[in-house]
Design a protein. Structure first.
Length: 156
């Protein structure tokens, strides 16, 4: 008999700069013009920022020129610290991988709020929005908040 194991939600590792928590990738609803969208997060404790990497697969090959997170607590957080890691071909589409950095307080506030998170960005002259469905938001939001709760407990 085989016992099914749940996929890991995160993993942690001790590094020279502290404990690194990697939140496993999440796929969310792709917006119009986007084939798929996923993101992952890395948080090093002690630290004041969360790195959010995301992958866009769609028709646009341009690097994003604006990035905003919206939702959670009803606010928008514009990111000024992001860059494109690579652009590659994915069949008839392009895969664009971006890294961004947000203050941990802002990220935690977004995941504590009731409104689903959305990633809003501009590629070339087009604006896109990729976000959670309500049911998926509730599941992932609870999971991510429990991981942050665990981080708080281990830091006491």
């Amino acid at each position: 008999m085989t016992i099914a194991q749940a996929a890991p939600r995160y993993f942690s590792r001790i590094t020279d700069t502290g404990t690194c928590y990697f939140f496993m990738p999440k796929s969310i609803k792709a917006g119009k013009g986007i084939k798929s969208f996923n993101y992952d997060m890395t948080y090093v404790v002690p630290g004041d920022s969360v790195v959010i990497n995301f992958t866009i697969i769609g028709k646009a090959a341009e690097k994003p020129s604006q990035l905003t997170l919206t939702g959670g607590n009803g606010s928008s957080i514009r990111c000024n610290d992001f860059s494109t890691l690579y652009v590659d071909i994915d069949g008839k589409n392009f895969e664009v991988r971006v890294t961004s950095r947000f203050h941990v307080t802002d990220v935690r506030a977004i995941f504590q709020g009731p409104q689903p998170l959305s990633f809003n960005f501009t590629q070339g002259t087009s604006s896109f929005s990729c976000g959670y469905t309500n049911s998926q938001w509730q599941k992932d939001r609870n999971e991510i908040n429990r991981i942050f709760q665990l981080i708080d407990i281990t830091q006491q």
